[in-house]
Write a protein that binds this ligand. Structure first.
Ligand code: DCP
Ligand code: CA
Length: 359
């Protein structure tokens, strides 16, 4: 097996941290980001909470009403999730990471795997991790936790070890030592059922799992599941960092003056569209959809997008569509816009396109 250096990055209490950064006045208070089904009736589920709120027992997925009870008599802040904003931040972080990795895989809105160049040693990997943490802190004022190891499994477990703002490095020859003392639940993907099953058999740590009777496990939970557990217990993971096709190209800018109509956005749209078009041309791509992101003076984000009939990487086409979207937005909303973004979506390779000439 070839030697690899894999880095896993996970943003700390992501949605809540973005909210904290947006409004520093609430930092230090318990913050609960909620997916409301009825905000007035406190109905809905907790999306995430900052670490202050977690100390009171608040967890992702919990009913909002329960979180409210746990935080009674505190100055807790409950906020509705602002997905557009988190997507935008996530995309910006992805862009930072792309410049550090030989391969980059986005595992979720706030988790990434980076494969570092083959000859990067652990020392160099550590330096890269520190630079990445600083870049994200500087640009987005956000902390993250990073794990580095010889494969994705070890990197992911390592990233969770010293949250928040952690950096954990597991040298290839320290993998077993690292795993052995951990509880079996640290293995990503172990569900409640498997964990209860293992614990009922007296298997609580990864060391105990490694030394377990696998023939017996295979008989009881199936060969595949037992095999996967065995490999994880030995720190083996052959899965690759999968670099997906870029899905979108976007550019954002902060306006010099607040805009309250599409006409006031024209100059910015022109410039952003031309930058997006250039980026598409450089990557030999066309887009089949165009979107705009509008962020108002309260930091609320709105987005609109439209699918076009022919793929394009022409700046003036992108600008025209973006302008129409902004007009539509202002006809429906009265908002004071502070930041504006143009996004090319549904990308495809120019070379991959079927043109009449191919037939
Ligand atoms: N999320 C959600 N519902 C869940 C779990 C997560 O809406 N049940 C959202 C909110 C989180 C984001 O996804 O901010 C990332 O999920 P994580 O599991 O990474 O949790 P956090 O980033 O909030 O916290 P941590 O610091 O533990 O990573
Ligand atoms: Ca996270």
């Amino acid at each position: 097996m070839e030697k690899r250096v894999v880095l896993h990055l996970d943003l700390d209490y992501f949605f809540a941290q973005v909210e904290e950064r947006k409004n520093p006045a609430i930092a230090g208070k318990p913050i609960v980001v909620c997916i409301f089904t009825d905000q007035k009736a406190w109905k809905g589920a907790v999306s995430t909470a900052n670490y202050v709120a977690r100390r009171y027992g608040v967890r992702s997925g919990m009913p909002v009403s329960q979180a409210k009870r746990l935080l009674e008599n505190t100055d807790a802040v409950f906020l509705p999730a602002n997905h557009e904003l988190y997507e935008e931040v996530s995309f910006g972080i992805r862009t930072i990471l792309a410049s550090y990795a030989a391969k980059l895989e986005q595992a979720s809105i706030d988790e990434f795997y980076l494969e570092l160049s083959k000859d990067a040693g652990m020392e160099e990997a550590k330096e890269i991790a520190i630079r990445i943490k600083n870049a994200i802190l500087e640009k987005f004022k956000l902390t993250c936790s990073i794990g580095i190891g010889p494969n994705k499994l070890i990197a992911k477990i390592a990233a969770g070890m010293q949250k928040p703002d952690g950096l954990t490095i597991v040298e290839p020859d320290k993998v077993q030592e690292f795993l052995d003392n951990l509880e079996v639940e640290k293995i990503p993907g172990i569900g409640k059922k498997t964990s209860e099953y293992l614990r009922a058999k007296g298997i609580a740590t990864i060391r105990q799992l490694r030394l377990a009777n696998f023939a017996e496990l295979a008989e009881e939970i199936g060969k595949n599941a037992a095999g996967a557990l065995r490999e994880a217990a030995l720190g083996i993971d052959r899965s690759e960092v999968k670099e997906e096709q870029q899905k979108q190209v976007s550019r954002m800018t902060t306006l010099k003056e607040v805009a309250e109509s599409a006409a006031e956005l024209l100059d910015a749209l022109k410039e952003l569209s031309s930058e997006v078009a250039q980026q598409l041309q450089m990557s030999n791509m066309m887009c089949k959809a165009i979107g705009v992101i509008l962020i108002d003076d309260k930091m609320a984000a709105y987005s609109r997008s439209v699918t076009i009939s022919f793929p394009t990487n022409d700046g003036s086409v992108i600008e025209r569509e973006a302008y129409e979207l902004c007009k539509e937005f202002f006809s429906e909303n009265k908002k004071r816009i502070r930041r504006i973004g143009v996004r090319a979506e549904k990308l495809e390779n120019v070379s991959g396109q079927k043109t009449l000439g191919n037939f």
